[in-house]
Structures are given as C-alpha cells and as structure tokens.
Design a protein around this ligand. Sequence first.
Ligand code: ZN
Ligand code: ZN
Length: 492
Amino acid sequence: MAKKLPKTTSDSSLSPLPSNFASVTEQVSFETRVSGKKRKAETTIDATKRIKKAPAPSDKPEDAVAGAEATPRPKRRATKEAIVKEETIDDRDNGKTLIRNNKSEDESGDDGAKVKKTTTRKTRNVKNMAPIAERTKDTKLRVGAHVSSAGGVQNAIVNLISIGGNAFAMFLKNHKKWESKDLDPEHANLFIDRCKENSICAADCCLPHGSYLVNLAHPDPERKKQAYGSFLNDLTRCHKLGIRLYNFHPGNANATTREEGIKLIAENINQAHKDPATGGVITVLETMASLGNTIGGTFKDLAAIIELVKDQSRVGVCLDTCHVFAAGYDLRTRETYAQTMEKFDKEIGFEYLKAFHINDSKAPLSSHRDLHARIGTGYLGLRAFHNIVNDERFHGLPMVLETPVDVIGEDGKKTEDKGIWAREIKMLERLVGMDVESNEFKELEAKLQEEGTAERDRIGGQVERKKIKDANPKRTRAKKQIESEDVDDMED
Ligand SMILES: [Zn+2]
Ligand SMILES: [Zn+2]
C-alpha cells in the first residue's frame, strides 16, 4: 500500500511570471551591467575564441562524459572503444557547444585582461532574459530542467525563468574539477533575491546535482577524504542558498565490495548529516542505469543505503526515468508502471521519493546504457510520461528534464535550443488529464516516436550486437574489460 507522501510546504514556485518579462522572442538577449553601467548584449558568440585556452566548465549533465574524456583513459579493446564513442559523441560535441555558449558567462577564463574583465562582469550580472515560454501558474506539476549556473548560481534563476520552468537542477560549482572557489556571497544573495522576486521557493523546487567526480564508496582514505570534502562543500552551499534537496550519484564499488561500498556511502551521509554547516539539507540518492559495479542500479541497493542512515528524515531518492528503464524497471504501460511503482514503494518506500529526473531513453529496457532522449522519442515513449504526470501521488515533487537540447544548424554546427525544454515542459503539463485514446494523444505519440526512429534503431542495434557478443564465450575477455571500466561511465 502506498505510503503518504510528505506534503510540500509551499506552492509559491507555481506563482505567475512577473510582468516585467517580455513575451516570447526568438532572439535571446540579456541585460548586463558593466561597472555600474547598464547595457544590452545579444547572445554570447563574440567571446568564443578565447575558450581554447581555458575551457569553461560545461554546465549540463550530459557533458559529464565529455569531462571524463578529458582524463587520459587506459587503452581498451575496440569493442569498448566503440561503445564509449557512441555514448559520448553527442556529449562531446555538446560540451563544445556549451563551452561556446557559456563562454561569456564563465568566470574561469584567463585570456587577455581586457576581455576577461568585461566577460566576468557580464557573467555576474546576467539580470534578465526574455522568456522563451512563460511559467505556468497553478499547475499541478513542478516541471523544469537542469539549467546552467555558469557564472554563478544566481544565473540559474534567469535560465529557469526563460524556459518557463517550475522546478530546476543546477551544478553548485564546477562539477568536473576538485578545486572550486568558495561560494561568492554576492552570488548567494543574488540567488536568494531572484528566487524571491520570481516567487520561486528553492527549498521545494530546486534539486542541485552533485559532482561526477565524487565516489562516496571509495575505501582509500585519501580518495575518501577528497570525495567527502566535495560532498560536504555542496551540502553547505545548499544550506546557505535555502535549498532543501541535494541529488547525487551514490557511487561505485570498483575498489571494494558492493556491501562495503554501501556501508561507506551511508557512513559519509551520516557524517555530513552531523555537520551543522549542512543544516537540514536532504541527501537524495539518484537511481542509476548501470549494473557492473555501480551502486544504485537497483531499488534494493538504495534501500540498503537508507537502512544504514541514522537520520532517515534527511535521506531520499530521485527516480531517473531513463536510468530505471535501462536498469530493467518498465514504465511504459499502465500495468508495468504500476508494478514498478509498487516495487519502489515496497523496497524503498514512497516517503523517500523526493524528485524525478524526466528523460526518455535512446536504449531499450534492461540495456544498462545511460542515453537520454527527448520526451516521447525514445524507447520509453510518451505513455510512460503520461503515467507519471497523471500520478497524483507525485504532484508537487520536482521533475527535472535532462533531455538533450543540441540541434544542428544550417551551417552543420551544433548549437543548443533551450526552446526544446520550454516545449517539453508545456507538453508534460498538457498531458495531465489527457485521454490516451484521444486523437490528440495518439498523434503526438506517433509524431515523437517518428522523430526518434533513427536514434532508437542505431542504439537498439548496438545493444543487440553486444548481446550476441556477450553470449559468445570467446568474447568473455572483452566483456570483463567492459565491466571493469564502469568507473569511467558517468551518468546523469
Ligand atoms: Zn545524475
Ligand atoms: Zn539523472
């Protein structure tokens, strides 16, 4: 039987868009203030050239893989090489795009002083951005996306408003580096002010994403210390910003046993909970796609961690739809959705379900591949999302899109179209109460499936070929190697 979900304390994040925001425009523009002077800037392309020298932190979940690529990897067999390429090719390009787009927002550039000065000031003062879509008021859902916080956490609010979201994720610091600057108090104040100005309750609708470098299941004392330091630092940032939920990947047991890894994760969580600097922030474990040594690919793994947490009011789970599907939990039909949710409640408990990552999957059920697709275009399909948004038990929980927004321009280059998120948010809101037998639903479902055909065929083919290879005993060595490299397989 379903347990009662905790009531959210406020619905203020569902408030209307402030009237000072202009209506839909195609040209993204924002106001900046340079040394007290206001001026208008249009897009950020001009700052692009500088980036080769000092790559800006990409600020998007998918780019984790690209980040991992930056670290030299051990040589591997062609089999794995091909798979890795498939999983990262989009992301790597995406990273480039993002670097370019974030360029003028980034604080970490080290080019010529003149350029840098202008760029940095610009970044810190991104005040306003014409919205692509207006936020829906009085919606039952809190849907949004993982938005960029490049240049400072305060910019996430501008990015959120521009896509019309009512929930969001962001990185609190550079998620691909161990070192980070302290949270700038000016940024923190701006974040809090902008939340207030836009009636956004960060405690209820913000779900920052942890660093991909952190593995809380590492037994080595030095590595453990480093991972814990970064984890604690993020939690203290949440506390300072009034954020209540913090999402992170549980870890992997590459250097230890699964059982020991689970104990280490719980130990780290307990230690962080005891630190007053973390306030009452809830540590939210994300469901993972992989098997291998990744911890969190099954509901049982997550339940085992939670069981060892002393203050269970401060631990929760974020269900990533792509990850659970890739891990073998189906959500596509009314029946399979109900079964998966029943399993979640039985093995973990709905009282621990704090948020969703809303992604379709380019890879089939139980493929253990973490490849996010746009809503309705993947193997999950629109009906899976219809099931979720119409499940009233989850209304009010943050639902964060981590879907790819890269598009190929006329010049053949990839750029980002944040309008994709804006449209997905509106579509998910529209699915509430929609009859799956109606023409409206069927047409939308068919259109989106059609859009994703090529990608589903491509990835589906790879998964099939791998299955055949894995079934062939002569290939055992290659398979073992794949499993042992899970440490490199970053997920969103
Ligand atoms: Zn994630
Ligand atoms: Zn995710």
